[in-house]
Ligand binder design. Structure first.
Ligand code: HEM
Length: 343
């Protein structure tokens, strides 16, 4: 498989774009015409060829540009990557998981050669070649979590498990939907989820945590989450709200199709072998409304979902101000035909 990497930006002039192939493989998240929070976890055990679910860590046409965007964000704010001292082993576990998975799943892009603890890593798209000693931090240019997540699309949280809870004790978070690692670090599962409406009363977090505390190695799971973002911006962090918040006011009936993006997160959860920590990669996919409606069943369904979404969710997801304009735009692509369950 060959991937042509886009030359594009996720800020300033926003030259991000999806090829027709990227639109077709976009992980459209709705399997019915309405949406409510649920414990939507399923095994992360592959998927149809060409979809983002096929491989353990999806690499697509945005890879190189996303890594450049991460570099810019980190240069401006190094606290987007943090690891409490007891999480270093989890960082090594995660580095191993990513390197082994990518080398096996994309042999033309990545190679890993291991001779005992002496490892040799080659990342062709980013032009990186590194020899290092596994578990010896002095042999890498930075900590293991930072090293591997500068080369892996998506945000990544590492959760320590103790006292029947999960604790966000490390992460690389540069493309988040309005939450902050620096604020959340050291919090537990209930604390960092506190701002989410409705889900606590529905028991969603109690059930999800119970499930995750029993997550087994070699049995990763996944779920999709979604929100709406104006402009194809990865860094929608609270720290930089002054940069992207005002852009919400640029949505008009003329601009909504091109500027308003559906933002989907493919989240996976992995039990790590040495540390017993859980890795939580959050892979972000962006698609403009005008690209979404090229798939008639998506345009039709997104219209119904957004039209009928409870106000608290539209408020929490930050698009209540633009909902009428978005729904009016999408209504033109909803012919009223019945839809069948499934994506
Ligand atoms: C939102 C982290 C697992 C459901 C969030 C937020 C964070 C987060 C930081 C944003 C909260 C805010 O507004 O500040 C994590 C981490 C997880 C995890 C690190 C790994 C253990 C799960 C699981 C579920 C879940 C397994 C399953 C039900 C949700 C929901 C939201 C949310 C429903 C609201 C999202 C939205 O409406 O856009 N999560 N989460 N999370 N999380 Fe999780």
């Amino acid at each position: 498989m060959t991937i042509r990497f886009n030359d594009e930006t996720f800020r300033d002039d926003y030259t991000f774009h999806n090829s027709p192939e990227a639109i077709r493989r976009f992980p459209f998240p709705f399997d019915q015409d309405s949406y409510m929070y649920s414990v939507n976890l399923e095994p992360h055990a592959g998927g149809r060829a060409g979809t983002p679910f096929q491989n353990r860590f999806d690499v697509d046409e945005h890879y190189v540009a996303e890594m450049k965007d991460r570099e810019i964000t980190l240069a401006q704010d190094p606290l987007r990557c943090q690891s409490l001292p007891h999480m270093e082993l989890a960082g090594w576990d995660f580095l191993e998981l990513v390197m082994v998975s990518k080398a096996e799943d994309y042999p033309e892009l990545f190679e890993l050669h291991r001779d005992g603890d002496r490892w040799h890593w080659i990342n062709r798209p980013l032009g990186i070649e590194q020899r290092f000693t596994f578990l010896d931090p002095t042999t890498l240019p930075c900590g293991p979590l930072e090293y591997i997540t500068r080369q892996t699309q998506g945000d990544h949280a590492l959760l320590d498990q103790r006292d029947d809870n999960l604790w966000m004790d490390a992460g690389m978070i540069t493309s988040q939907a309005d939450w902050s690692l620096d604020f959340d670090i050291g919090m537990n599962f209930y604390e960092w989820h506190a701002p989410v409406p409705k889900a606590h009363e529905m028991g969603v977090f109690q059930r999800a945590l119970k499930f995750l505390l029993n997550l087994r190695q070699e049995a990763p799971v996944r779920r999709l989450n979604w929100t709406m973002t104006v402009n194809p911006r990865l860094d929608t962090s609270p720290e930089n709200y002054h940069k992207w918040g005002p852009e919400k006011r640029t949505i008009t009936p003329e601009t909504v199709g091109a500027k308003q993006h559906l933002r989907v997160e493919l989240q996976t959860l992995w039990r790590l072998p040495r540390s017993n920590a859980i890795a939580f990669p959050i892979r972000c996919y962006l698609c403009s409304l005008e690209d979404i409606v090229t798939q008639p069943k998506w345009g039709r369904r997104l219209h119904r979902v957004l039209r009928d979404l409870p106000d608290e969710l539209a408020e929490y997801k930050g698009f209540a101000v633009n909902r009428p304009t978005i729904v009016d735009y999408l209504a033109k692509f909803d012919d009223g035909a019945p839809t069948s369950p499934g994506i």
